[in-house]
Design a protein around this ligand. Sequence first.
Ligand code: IMP
Ligand code: MG
Length: 335
Amino acid sequence: MLTADVIVDLQYGDCGKGKVAHHLVHTKKYTHVLRYNGGCNAGHTIFHKGVRFVTHHIPAGVFFGVKSIIGPGCVVDPDQFLREVAMLEEGGVRAKGTVFIAHNAHVITRAHKAEDAKKGGKIGTTGQGNGPAYRDKYGRTGVRAADVPALKPYIIDLYDEWFSGTKSLKILAEGAQGFGLDIDWGDYPFVTSSHCTVAGALLNGLPASSIRQVWGVAKMYETYVGAKKFQPKGKIFERIAEAGEEFGATTGRPRQCNWIDMRLLEHAVRINGVTHIVFSKVDILRAVGAWAVVEKGKPMAFKGEKEMKAFLTKRLTALGIAKKNIFFSESKERI
Ligand code: IMP
Ligand code: MG
């Protein structure tokens, strides 16, 4: 039997998927962690045994010795991938024999990166070659991972991996970016080039009936990195950015901030079929002493933390999420 839990970001990335992955890998017994979309545009900062690691490709499972796979929904930069493997090994994390790439994942070439660095400015991309690599995949001119000699030791066939054994498999599918950046549901063209929803996880050979829990991750405020204007006027957003250390892990660019948009949140919850939800960074709003959401396009303030939590809880239970599955997190390590 094969079952899967999925982690999806409900906003614009950087909501704390790594933390939720960490929590789930510790509380449940997964046989695999699957990264299901995106390229090295993603940025994970993980503290492991006191050492700070930044990964772009390799999923969090590697830190716990769980077989970690980069699925065919992803695009892979061989140089970056091999650098990450070396960096992890040097830091005492076993990557060889733990990390694998699906044979049918596509490759980000140096030309893709050069093109994105030159032309991605309009969108404010991360310049990592993500868009050009997906374009060539869909244009049927791309290169698959199995065709790159340097990647040979890491290649697996995902069909065999999922379906050829007799052992029960339990997969944690971990996405990159988020709903607001999704190629179909995001604010086009200010989007990434992949599928950031549960549908994107299914594209990696997971049968629809295998999906069990869907963990949606949001922040108590929104952040966005990219070219469009996102942050409204007001000192409060600068204070949130500062308190929340809102700088991109991939680009180092400051992230623009705003309150949670209830419309985006509700769309993301419904389209992903979220069963469990984690709101990160409650401590940041507490530090700046401001509590608000955007409701019907307008900011709506709350008296305090209790009122905002009650409001969110009411709206989410109305969408079918059980109260016990709504988590407010105020720690970098725990949910
Ligand atoms: P691309 O994914 O590099 O093509 O960039 C498209 C948009 O997605 C840009 O606004 C990027 O800043 C944003 N983006 C891509 N990856 C991430 C991420 O992991 N976190 C947050 N924003 C991201
Ligand atoms: Mg990130």
